[in-house]
Design a protein. Structure first.
Length: 129
């Protein structure tokens, strides 16, 4: 199992945007820009029921994340792993991310069910460290 250095983890802890890659049913890649997080062991992001990302991850748990330093585009970390989805803690997590990225709490949308996605790094690539 791979891990992140403190410097690499910092990119996930700061308000840098990430690109998440999942696998579509036809095998093609699906990419989304997300808010990203690190809990000291797992890469975390948040999504909602009914979106493409969770549908793809329920079928094929392989996931990749690329985080680029907002101050230096030549400073990045890419992480691959096997994702797990849960509703447990998802609402609290999206609120934490909203505060990190916008400075304000999350405003829930009627009928939306949030999902917390987490995965342990299995492979890490980085540049600029």
């Amino acid at each position: 199992m791979a891990g992140l250095t403190d410097e690499q983890a910092r990119l996930l802890q700061e308000p840098n945007f990430a690109t998440v890659g999942t696998v579509n049913p036809d095998g093609s890649p699906q990419l989304s820009i997300v808010w990203i997080d690190w809990d000291g062991r797992n890469v975390l992001f948040n999504t909602a029921v009914g979106r493409v990302k969770p549908r793809n991850l329920e079928r094929d748990q392989r996931v990749s994340v690329l985080v680029i330093d907002r101050e230096d585009g030549y400073h990045w970390v890419a992480v691959r792993g096997t994702a797990e989805l849960t509703t447990e803690g998802a609402d609290e997590h999206i609120d934490k991310l909203a505060r990190k990225y916008t400075g304000q709490g999350w405003q829930a949308k009627p009928g939306e069910q949030r999902l917390l996605c987490s995965f342990r790094p299995e492979h890490v690539s980085a540049y600029g460290f």
